[in-house]
Each structure stands twice: as C-alpha cells, then as structure tokens.
Write a protein that binds this ligand. Structure first.
Ligand code: PMP
Length: 356
C-alpha cells in the first residue's frame, strides 16, 4: 500500500531550475536563465568561506548572531527584527508556515516569481493570482479588489521577476495603507539593489507591523550557491520565522561569505553598477529592434514573445545562451539575465536575427 502523499504536495508543479548553458557553434556558452550574478565571489569572500570550511565538523551558529547583527546595523533595525534562512525562498516558506491555515488565500500579481504558487500550494493555502497591468507592472487596484475575508498574505515582488518593473514607492505606500492590517504583506526585494528609479521603494517609510521585507544574498551579492536570504519584520513575525526555519539552515561558510560580502559592499555595488549599465544597453538594443521590452529595474530583461516564445528561445539556445522561456499563455515570454558583456552582445546579436 503506497504511503498517501498529501494532495497539496502530490499535485505541486515542480520548481524548474534554469537550464545549464548550451554550447554555441563558436564555443560561446553563457547561463542567462537564473538571474545569477555572472561574477564569482570576491577573493576576500572566498577566503572567509574557506576559513569557515575548516570548522565544518561542527554545526554552524544556529542563531546566525554575527550576520544578524551586521544586517540589523545595515538596516537600522533591532537584531530581533531579522530572520535568516536557506535562501529567501526558504524565508518565504517559513513566513507562510507561520500564518497560513487551510482555506486561507494568498494574493500576488501574475506573472511573477514562479516559486510563489508552489510555496502557497504546499502550505495548503489557495493562490489568488492577479494579472499584471500595462507595462507588465503590478495592478494594485485589481489586487485591492481581489482581497476577500479569507486573504491572509499578499506578495509584492518589486522589481518584479520575470518582467522587471518596480512598484513605485508612493503607490506601494498607498496600497499598504489600504490593506487590512491583519493581512501580512511580503515585499520581495530580491533585486532591489539593481533598481535605479528614483521612486523605488524606501524601506524605512514602509515599515508597519504587518509588512515584511525579504532580501537575498543571491543576486547583487552574487552568493546564490551559498543560500542566504533574510527578512526584516516585526519582532513577533521574525521570531516565528526563526522558529519555523530549518535548524542550522545557514552553513558556517555561508554565514562567513555573507558577512565578508557586507564588509565589501562598495566593491560589490560597483559590480552592480556595471550590470546596470549592461542592462540599459540590452534593453535599448532590444527596443531598437522593435521589441516591446518593459522597463527593467533588475538584472534581467523580459521579451514578451507570446506564441513565438519557444521558437525564439530555441534560437538563443542554439547560439550557446541558456535563457528562461515561460511558454504558458496568456503572457508567454522569455526572461534573459544580464550577464557578462560578451554574453549580452551575443543576446543582441541573436535578437537581431529573430523572425517576427
Ligand atoms: N524572490 C525572487 C523574486 C526571486 O527571483 C528569487 C530567485 N530567483 C528569490 C526570491 C529567491 O532567491 P534565493 O532563495 O536564492 O534567496
């Protein structure tokens, strides 16, 4: 007799990791499918992690005390307002676990980060996806209208993965003010460091007891493989996330690498500046080809390719570029991470050959 798996788990669509890079005819091979940072960790960061590896016979500090204190100082909050986990995806799972009971609804814009429907379903909640508005931006009016007495959590992804735009600060502040204060609002800022728009969210002005901000070391800080994410939240929520988190979930080398990266903020943000310049070049180049690229405030661009998604993605792959096609309609398209300059040049070169 097979062990019965909970239906919510048995029917969950699998999370699809970005494909590894194929090799093009000229030997080009670039992975632009997971919004990773193309640059390896800084030498000092690698050294700090290597040093920590020597103590891997021991469990790491379960409280992540040093890293928590450094993050609290960075954000001007108390240590009790920070909770870390194994990547911000894990933080999201922990956050949902802390508040969801069967029958609750979780609202989010769609299309957005593909982990949201999976995380929601695993907790036994019901997803309420609200279509994006013009320019692939959050339709906050429609999101407000979709709130019901069963709404428990609202996810706001800004900049939005995979489409790129931010939710402007004033609109986000108004939205938060109009949402019932027994609904948790999670602002997923995985790509915030890449946002240059003057009206990007200002964290300090958006703090409320029901608002949680999620951040990660995976993108701008370039530590995706180390799996370190965190949230900044009311102490009661942060405490609940810590209680729900996998014990010792952030390894000692990961804690050391994150700490060393915070200390090297200036160097890492210089790399981010380079990627932002590259992003501007890619967006401009694609628009010059006549493609309707939404504003990108992140480290990726969105080609709303519609029914040509699979065919165009195959062209990029054939040239040695792993990209991320989302083929399900009505809003199919291709997300391409901004990589090293040679990769971005190749993206534009291939895009110039695409058949309409
Ligand atoms: N949020 C968003 C919007 C993302 O795109 C990602 C990574 N793809 C994450 C969270 C998760 O990042 P991590 O678990 O690596 O911290």
């Amino acid at each position: 007799m097979p062990i019965p798996i909970r239906p919510a788990v048995a029917s969950v669509p699998p999370y699809k990791p970005g494909k590894p890079a194929p090799v093009g005819p000229d030997g080009s091979s670039f992975k632009l499918s997971s919004n990773e940072n193309p640059y390896p960790p800084l030498p000092g960061v690698i050294e700090a992690a290597q040093h920590a590896v020597q103590r891997m016979n021991r469990y790491p500090d379960m409280a992540n005390a040093e890293l928590t204190a450094a993050l609290a100082a960075k954000h001007g909050v108390g240590d009790d307002e920070i909770a870390l986990s194994t990547g911000s995806v894990a933080v999201l799972y922990n956050l949902l676990q802390t508040v969801i009971t069967d029958g609750d609804e979780v609202l989010y814009a769609w299309r957005s980060f593909e982990a949201y429907p999976i995380a929601v379903q695993l907790t036994g909640a019901r997803s309420v996806p609200v279509p994006l508005g013009p320019g692939a931006t959050h339709d906050l009016e429609a999101m407000l209208a979709a709130i019901t007495p069963a709404s428990k959590v609202i996810l706001v992804c800004t900049p939005n993965n995979p489409t790129g735009p931010i939710v402007p600060h004033d609109q986000l502040a108004d939205f938060i003010d109009q949402v019932r204060d027994d609904i948790m609002i999670i602002i997923d800022e995985a790509y915030l460091e890449f946002a240059t728009a003057p009206d990007r969210a200002r964290f300090d002005d958006l703090r409320r007891p029901n608002v949680v901000t999620m951040r990660t070391f995976s993108k701008a800080y370039g530590l995706a493989g180390f799996r370190v994410g965190y949230c900044i939240a009311d102490p009661a929520i942060a405490g609940a996330v810590r209680a729900a988190a996998t014990p010792f979930g952030v390894s000692a080398p990961a804690q050391a690498a994150a700490l060393a990266s915070l200390a090297a903020d200036a160097d890492l943000l210089a790399r981010v500046e380079e990627l932002i310049k590259e992003r501007t070049a890619v967006v401009t180049g694609l628009r010059d080809l006549g493609l309707a690229i939404p504003d990108s405030e992140s480290n990726f661009v969105w080609i709303p390719a519609g029914e040509r998604t699979a065919a165009w993605a195959a062209e990029f792959e054939a040239a040695g570029l792993a990209v991320r096609p989302f083929t399900d309609e009505p809003d199919a398209g291709i997300r391409i991470t901004v990589g090293e300059p040679e990769a971005n040049k190749l993206v534009l070169q291939v895009a110039g050959t695409l058949k309409p």
